[in-house]
Design a protein around this ligand. Structure first.
Ligand SMILES: Cc1cc2nc3c(=O)[nH]c(=O)nc-3n(C[C@H](O)[C@H](O)[C@H](O)COP(=O)(O)OP(=O)(O)OC[C@H]3O[C@@H](n4cnc5c(N)ncnc54)[C@H](O)[C@@H]3O)c2cc1C
Length: 362
């Protein structure tokens, strides 16, 4: 089975700062629909590796829909892919890329947006800012934290946007070199003026957790707090699905051997009925087998459900559980609040009871 990856040509590499570059791709006409994206979504790039052949990494798109598909990669100290991309990519190179995915994208553009970015976390945020300014009429406030002035990615673009939209966009820069790291109390003080707005936050883990705590303290409901976590994928979503499944099965066997005493999750004894809403279509099947992951099951039925890592490490395959029960075999990305909201990972969900399971990808 093919994984819908494409080789896209790099049309330009733009050096944004000393340690970050934007990579602009051209999308062939036949792949235009596949690579249509929503602001805040990301691409998964295949980076050549002598050790493993290929390393998969996610990079958020920084442009708004309709503009050239562009991601921005910041070097991670000691990191493999981010340094390889910054050191090696040139215009004319071709990169293996999986289509856009992710759920870090505003649904209600009439809401005023309170955005928090830290370092390279500006990439999905910039796509959201640009889209809001170009296509919508709501107000946007951006709190953007960086190590020092030289590390601010897109400083000029943000200044120009704010000058173009003085009544709608305000950008507040916070420099660690000047003010130290923003504390939870400082973030709370800042956000208190916008407590009815909808927030989106992307940056290093400690920053995101400080923002999240500050917003919680201000009683921002979960539905108005959104986060994107930047992590490195451990697996290879580019391999043939069969290969990935075989590799996972052998890993699972090894795990079983290691964890012989651990009880398997309780589940149904026979096949379960499942109703799936995806892209406005309803798919109904009555033979979802116990232990079978929803993503694998849907693919076996010819349904093209979204995914990226297939390992419970990103949220590209997120579903909303409407009724019934599922168990996730692995979850490295959803927090307790996501779970309470009914969000699950399609790539890791197996049926957990005899009841019909209803899920939605919207
Ligand atoms: C949805 C999403 C969107 C993202 N968007 C962006 C974006 O727009 N821009 C961006 O720059 N990044 C983005 N990222 C992060 C990106 O995918 C990578 O995680 C990042 O570039 C680091 O990858 P790397 O290969 O350079 O580092 P890695 O090699 O993965 O290393 C990461 C860290 O782990 C350490 N490390 C590596 N190997 C080991 C080991 N064997 N043992 C112990 N420590 C180790 C390294 O020293 C380093 O500190 C995004 C991630 C996600 C999930």
């Amino acid at each position: 089975m093919d994984t819908d990856s494409f080789f896209l040509e790099v049309t330009e590499v733009v050096r944004e700062t000393e340690d970050a570059s934007s990579i602009v791709f051209s999308v062939p006409d036949e792949a235009a629909d596949l690579f249509a994206f929503a602001p805040g979504q990301f691409l998964t790039l295949g980076v050549p590796s002598e050790e493993t052949g290929l390393v998969a990494r996610c990079y958020s798109i920084c442009t708004p829909p309709g503009e050239p598909l562009t991601v921005t990669v910041k070097r991670t100290v000691g990191g493999y892919a981010s340094n390889w991309l910054n050191d090696n990519l040139r215009a004319g190179d071709r990169v293996r890329v999986l289509p856009p995915s992710g759920i870090f994208t505003p649904k209600d553009w009439s809401a005023d947006l309170l955005l928090f970015a830290g370092g390279s976390g500006i990439t999905p945020i910039l796509s959201i800012v640009r889209t809001a300014m170009r296509d919508h009429s709501g107000r946007v406030v951006l709190f953007y934290a960086n190590r020092d002035e030289r590390s601010v990615i897109f400083a000029e673009a943000l200044t120009a946007l704010a000058a173009e939209h003085p009544g709608r966009l305000q950008v507040f820069h916070w420099l660690e070199s000047v003010q130290s790291l923003p504390s939870e109390a400082q973030l709370r003080e800042f956000a208190s003026a916008y407590s009815s707005w909808t927030s989106y936050c992307c940056g290093p883990a400690p920053y995101m957790s400080a923002v999240s705590n500050a917003l919680r303290a201000l009683d921002f409901p979960r539905a108005r707090r959104h986060q994107e976590k930047f992590v490195s994928l451990g697996g290879n979503p580019f391999g043939d699905v069969e290969e990935v499944l075989a590799a996972q099965a052998s890993l699972a066997e090894a795990d079983d051997a290691d964890e012989a005493d651990e009880a398997p999750p309780a589940g149904p004894t026979g096949p379960v009925k499942v109703e799936v809403e995806l892209d406005g279509e309803q798919h109904v099947f009555d033979d979802w087998q116990a232990g079978e992951k929803l993503l694998d099951f849907l693919e076996s039925k010819g349904v093209k459900a979204p995914y990226s890592c297939r390992e419970g490490e990103c949220s590209a395959c997120a579903i909303r559980l409407v009724s019934g029960e599922v168990t996730m075999l692995r979850n490295d990305v959803l927090d307790a609040e996501d779970l309470a909201e009914g969000i699950r990972l399609g790539c890791q969900s197996v049926p957990a009871s005899e009841e019909t399971v209803k899920v939605s990808y919207s």
